[in-house]
Design a protein around this ligand. Structure first.
Ligand code: COA
Length: 153
């Protein structure tokens, strides 16, 4: 990674129609917004210190703000910018779920990868149960025989 959050290619125009009043942006949320949305959406809690690198060093960020400016949904891509792209932190505020925001974030991030990467990028994610239907509907498949693994710490 470069150490700088890059702006996702293209404008902030929505590639997917959003409900009225919502706006898609190619920028990270604030630290406090990131920590809060992870917590209220049920993702494992992260500290402001952990959030700092996610916000500054991801390859791309896509967020959706509601009419009042609040953070409604987010997602990011960690990657080298040429072939390895890992989607993470896909979450929608529970009060705004099932309105197409998660799909809009995912479609936008995938379009950013497709627009920027050389042919045959390797696009991965670890799919928690709430996102599995969405990811499959976007074309994601099981990685078998490769198995996602983690090192507990
Ligand atoms: C996964 C998540 C981001 C989806 O956000 P969303 O804004 O509600 O998604 P959308 O409204 O765009 O819905 C996309 C599809 O997923 C389905 N879906 C949404 N939430 C779902 C859930 N909790 N369980 C199962 N399917 C779900 C929708 O029905 C929709 O399918 P359809 O288009 O065939 O009708 C959201 O449920 C969330 O934040 N969950 C908690 C955090 C999490 O687990 N994130 C995934 C980490 S890998």
């Amino acid at each position: 990674m470069t150490g700088d959050t890059r702006s996702a290619p293209g404008s902030d125009q929505e590639r997917t129609q959003l409900p009225a009043g919502f706006r898609l942006r190619h920028e990270p949320p604030t630290n406090a917004e990131y920590v809060r949305l992870r917590a209220i959406s049920g993702l494992s809690p992260r500290t402001p210190e952990q959030a700092a690198g996610a916000l500054s060093s991801s390859w791309a960020w896509t967020i959706v703000r509601s009419a009042d400016g609040g953070l409604a949904a987010m997602g990011r891509v960690i990657g080298d910018g040429t072939w390895y792209f890992h989607l993470a932190d896909v979450a929608t505020d529970p009060a705004q779920q099932r309105r197409g925001l998660g799909r809009a974030v995912m479609e936008d991030l995938i379009a950013c990868i497709d627009a920027a990467a050389p042919p045959d990028p390797y696009v991965t994610l670890l799919a928690d149960p709430p996102g599995q239907h969405l990811y499959r509907s976007l074309g994601f498949v099981d990685s078998a025989p490769s198995l996602g693994m983690r090192l507990p710490r």
